[in-house]
Write a protein that binds this ligand. Structure first.
Ligand code: NAP
Length: 279
């Protein structure tokens, strides 16, 4: 059966490979993008697979207003969603702010999927055993610094900001899985692998060269995403972390339910969201 699948970050890297695979599998894709040039390249590539089975729409995940407008569009146009894949992400070497003045890594990697998912929950409830797939990373070790999430007090560290955001992806997944359990929706997080993509474009030339040599292909990186989105093997499985299409153990901190609840409350506050699911 054709599924309605919303995938973020399809203009590049792992997301592009996942989009192609999902389209080849016969599904319908809703694809938010921020860059017109990259979107038109993607459009051509996807048209070669299936000209009428995707919907590219502008949405800057670094803007809460843009996410809200995009979610309104999706709710207006579609009756249901079967899969939501929060894949888009950034790695910033230097401190940058989103359009809302929020530290950019936190805004794009955590707040954007948090807000988008919550705004689309009603559509997912109307889907067929809907699935939410959140792309995290094995770099999720560490903790959430609730006293200084945005690196306003301490010196900016791009690796620490990225790690914190990827830990937030798993904590969000676990709390979300608990909240949507009764709706028959599942939520899982994953590590796509060490993959050669534009994610590392902010690193220096030699680091990028080494990554290009040792990292795997975007197609390989897309495998666990597609598996969690479609495979009957994970029907009903929720709140877990996956790697190489297998359940894996995430860090101790990422399994801390109190931390997950605190993060949820802080994220509601930072996005201005009144959660549409019960406590
Ligand atoms: N590569 C790895 O080794 C690795 C390892 C672990 C986890 N991950 C995770 O995998 C996911 C995909 O990353 P990737 O490696 O494929 O990187 P990528 O090639 O840089 O792709 C990132 C995608 O996110 C989109 N994006 C970034 N900021 C956005 C914004 N403000 N609004 C809308 N879209 C935005 C990008 O759009 P543009 O094309 O316009 O830039 C692009 O489509 C990320 O969540 C990353 O953390 C990657």
């Amino acid at each position: 059966m054709v599924k309605n699948i919303l995938l973020t970050g399809a203009t590049s890297g792992i997301g592009k490979a996942a989009a192609k695979k999902l389209l080849q599998e016969g599904h319908f894709l809703i694809l938010p993008y921020r860059n017109e040039e990259k979107a038109s390249v993607l459009k051509e590539e996807l048209e070669a697979i299936a000209p009428d089975r995707f919907d590219l729409q502008r949405c800057d995940l670094a803007s809460l207003d843009s996410i809200r407008s995009f979610a309104d569009y999706v709710k207006e146009k579609y009756d249901y969603l079967d899969v939501l894949i929060n894949n888009a992400g950034v790695w910033n070497r230097h401190f940058r702010e989103s359009q809302d003045g929020i530290e950019l890594t936190w805004a794009v990697n955590h707040l954007a999927p948090f807000l988008l998912t919550n705004l689309l929950l009603d559509l997912l409830r109307k889907g067929r055993r809907a699935r939410i797939v959140n792309v995290s990373s094995d770099l999720h070790q560490g903790s959430i610094d609730f006293e200084d999430i945005e690196f306003r007090k301490k010196e900016y560290n791009g690796v620490a900001a990225y790690r914190q955001s990827k830990l937030a992806n798993i904590l969000f997944t676990k709390e979300l899985a608990r909240r949507v359990q009764e709706d028959g929706i599942t939520a899982n997080a994953l590590m796509p692998g060490f993959i050669s993509t534009d994610l590392f474009q902010d690193l220096n030339f030699f680091a990028r060269l080494i990554i290009k040599i040792i990292a795997k292909s975007p197609e390989k990186g897309a495998e666990t995403i597609v598996y969690l989105a479609l495979s009957p093997e994970v029907e009903g499985v929720s709140g877990k972390y996956f790697k190489d299409k297998k359940e894996a153990i995430s860090s101790r901190q990422s399994q801390n339910i109190d931390l997950a609840k605190r993060l949820w409350a802080v994220s509601e506050q930072m996005t201005g969201l009144r959660a549409s699911v019960s406590e």
